[in-house]
Write a protein that binds this ligand. Structure first.
Ligand SMILES: [Zn+2]
Ligand SMILES: [Zn+2]
Length: 315
């Protein structure tokens, strides 16, 4: 059973989901995501799987936004697993562009469904990959969470984008993209519709952003040709990451969209990659400074890492 508890010092919700502790270590020779397991169709390309151990659930009590000391409310929402492929041992970097297009198609369909649900305020499409991140399941997959509130980092970024737009009559992301393109030192790859670069201000080692050249807000706003270019860019970026240190990069991928409710024309679609490998042998831990103060120490310089990634295959 899940509940949300209000953190009055940080003014944010904490999801308490103790049943997640009981998640089994999977037997080596069985995977619920494999065709033939009885848990997924015997024949699929990509598949949306209901999380067996949800932090948010449509069976939880309704969310009530009132806050206060010792306040709790229901963790109403959804948590889905997105299976990228029926092939258990395939790495995300080994997915074809066509397969990424199918994954993106599933992201769009599920986002649209959740945006239509009045109880959902925010949809997070993301992926955790790698043992170092704590992922016990090698099968290639990502996740989609439907939140009953706007999570704090999304809210903070939205406020920044809104204020920049009010003050400058210009999109914050378009401005960053223009300046990164003009400077060039932190660019990694680009195509007709998307640019991948290591942001000047990245917090994680070799942190990367894929930003759309055209100003639009959400996955569903993409044209077919933009979706194809995004699939191609995802394929290139994932290969570069896995070739950087010659082993699969442990990372988080976050697809950034505006909240489900209201109009947010100042928001600009992008995807953030947050790796935790700071060198071939060293993991970046979120320790006292990062977790306890919120200030990040980045052990890599975006300019140097971008130059290496530009030379890394696929060139
Ligand atoms: Zn599997
Ligand atoms: Zn923009």
């Amino acid at each position: 059973m899940s509940e949300l508890r209000w953190h009055p010092l940080l003014r944010e919700w904490v999801a308490v989901a103790t049943h997640r502790q009981d998640r089994p270590q999977m037997p080596q020779d069985w995977c619920p995501f494999d065709p033939g397991s009885g848990r997924v169709p015997d024949d699929y390309d990509v598949y949306l799987y209901r999380n067996d151990f949800p932090a948010f659930s449509d069976e939880a009590a309704p969310f009530e936004p009132e806050t206060g000391l010792f306040r709790t409310t229901g963790a109403r929402g959804s948590t889905d697993v997105v299976l990228y492929s029926p092939n258990h041992n395939l790495l995300p970097s080994q997915l074809t562009v066509e397969q990424w297009e199918k994954v993106i198609g599933l992201w769009v369909r599920r986002t649209n469904e959740l945006f239509a649900d009045p109880e959902i305020q925010y949809v997070a499409v993301f992926e955790n990959t790698g043992v170092a991140i704590g992922v016990t399941m090698p099968h290639p997959h990502g996740q989609i969470y439907g939140f009953p509130f706007i999570p704090p980092l999304a809210e903070r970024e939205l406020a920044s984008a809104y204020e920049y737009h009010v003050e400058n009559r210009r999109c914050l992301y378009c401005e960053i993209l223009a300046r990164e393109t003009e400077d060039g030192r932190r660019l990694v790859a680009s195509n007709d519709a998307f640019v991948a670069f290591l942001p000047f201000f990245g917090r994680f080692p070799t942190e990367m952003q894929i930003c759309s050249r055209r100003h639009f807000q959400k996955l569903a706003d993409m044209t077919a040709s933009e979706a194809h270019d995004l699939a191609s860019m995802l394929s290139i970026v994932r290969q570069k990451y896995d070739n950087l240190y010659d082993f699969p990069m442990s990372l988080m991928m976050m697809v950034r969209q505006p909240p489900a409710r209201g109009d947010h024309p100042y928001f600009h679609f992008h995807i953030d990659f947050l790796p935790i490998q700071r060198s071939p042998k060293k993991i970046k831990y979120l320790a006292g400074v990062e977790s306890g103060t919120g200030t990040f120490l980045n052990d890599t310089r975006a300019e140097e890492q971008a130059a290496i990634l530009r030379r890394t295959d696929p060139k």
